[in-house]
Ligand binder design. Sequence first.
Ligand SMILES: [Zn+2]
Ligand SMILES: [Zn+2]
Length: 343
Amino acid sequence: MQAVRLTAGRTLELTDVPAPKPGPDEILVAVRSVGICASDVHYYKHGGIGNQRCVYPHSLGHECSAKVVKAPSHSVFREGDRVAVEPGRYCFRCEHCREGKYNRCPNVRFLGGPNEAGAFQEYLSLHESQLVKIPDSMSFDEAALLEPMGVGYHAVVLSALKPGESIAVFGAGAVGLCTLALARACGAGETFLFDRVQYRLDFSGKQYGPDHCVNSDVVDPLEYIRETTGGRMVDCVFEAVGAGQTFGWAFEAARIGGRVMLIGIPPDEQIWFDPHSQRRRELLVQNVRRSNRALHPCIRLIERKTVSIAPLATHRFPLDRISEAMYLAETYEDGAVRVMIRM
Ligand SMILES: [Zn+2]
Ligand SMILES: [Zn+2]
């Protein structure tokens, strides 16, 4: 089968490798659509994320949808089933799995993680727990986008957002916009969205309707929020960029006693911030690790048209043009939000 491997920094190669052989509890699926995540770009560009380095050849891709090719007879899945894919394969035995906090499982095998197959290949062998059937009305691109949507879903759930609470989202990428849409679906009050890429703000304003859509290269986000809220700042901040500067803004944009949800993945090993400002305001800072079994509720939200993710898929490329796709995902050129690989 055809597979893409990262063989060195910034080098993606299309290779021919044997198709995976499913074990007794595994299901063979044909990958249909894969989104290029910022974490894939990190691996491509920086050769890893923080202290987790690539071991070449590295296999990328974790936001995917698929069609079942072969399932064991005892499985609930049948050949031809269209499925969304949960990229984490959990141990179901550790303390965290037993508490239902699967995303914290230290034994997780994650698609496209170090030494794990990623989704930029024709077939994958997955555990039944990783698959969820999707409705006929849902496209394979939408089903692949359920993964970043799930991260936004997890962030909003963890934030314990209450109706009427004001929020600020830093980052108008797929995860930031899903977070904004889900927070609005939960009854968020005044909403602020910041990004430095103007076309993404224009797109967000049209598709996701925040009250304030502000270019942080032009206007200082903290001054803007301070002025708009009469100095109170916002109840809950979602950081979906992963940069030192946006971390700093996120901490300062929260009100006294507010919450800050850190979703973005910084490429750096360390980020510095002012502990006293956080301490004096008794900020609650919560890290958001991927998502926790969010596929089912996200599918229901899409079916009911409460949240729309289809517009996020702005570009589509075949597998053999992945380098072009990666270029767009990295540079944000041509109005790219989520660049998809279609099999
Ligand atoms: Zn992702
Ligand atoms: Zn576990």
